[in-house]
Design a protein. Structure first.
Length: 133
C-alpha cells in the first residue's frame, strides 16, 4: 500500500522494482535509490523504504526534493551501508539533518553532496567532521 502511495504521481516509475524488494526476499548489498526531484514525498513511505532497504542501500540521491530535517532523520536511521548520499538543493534542510547524517552514516559515508542547501552553516561542518556531539 505504501508503495502505491509513493509511486502515485511518479513520472518514470523508477521505484517499481524497489517496491518488489519489500517482499520475502530482502535486498542484497549494493542497491541504489534515486528519488531526486520528487515533490511532496511523505515520511511514512520514505521510512518504509529505509526499514526494508536501509542496510542494503549504498547510494541514495534525494537531490532537489522537499525533504526536511525530520524526513532525513527518519530515513537515515538505517542507512548503515550508505557510501554516497546526495541531498543537493534540498532547501529545507538545516544543521539537524546533518547531525542525523553524521550519527547514522559516519562509518560508511564517503561522499556527501549538500550543495545549494542554503540553511547549512559551520555547525553542519562540525557535525560532519565529528567535532561536535
Amino acid at each position: 500500500e505504501w508503495c502505491e502511495q509513493l509511486l502515485e504521481g511518479a513520472l518514470d516509475g523508477a521505484l517499481v522494482e524497489g517496491c518488489e524488494w519489500r517482499y520475502p526476499n530482502p535486498a542484497t548489498h549494493g542497491k541504489t535509490l534515486n528519488i531526486s526531484g520528487w515533490e511532496n514525498l511523505q515520511l511514512e513511505p520514505l521510512r518504509a523504504l529505509s526499514l526494508s532497504l536501509g542496510t542494503a542501500l549504498t547510494a541514495v540521491d534525494a537531490s532537489g526534493t522537499t525533504l526536511g530535517d525530520g524526513d532525513v532523520q527518519s530515513f537515515c536511521a538505517r542507512l548503515f551501508a550508505c557510501r554516497s548520499l546526495r541531498l543537493a538543493g534540498c532547501a529545507q534542510l538545516s544543521n539537524l539533518a546533518m547531525k542525523a547524517v553524521a550519527l547514522c552514516c559516519h562509518e560508511s559515508l564517503t561522499q556527501l553532496d549538500v550543495s545549494r542547501c542554503a540553511r547549512l552553516n559551520a555547525e553542519s561542518c562540525g557535525w560532519l567532521s565529528g567535532t561536535l556531539g
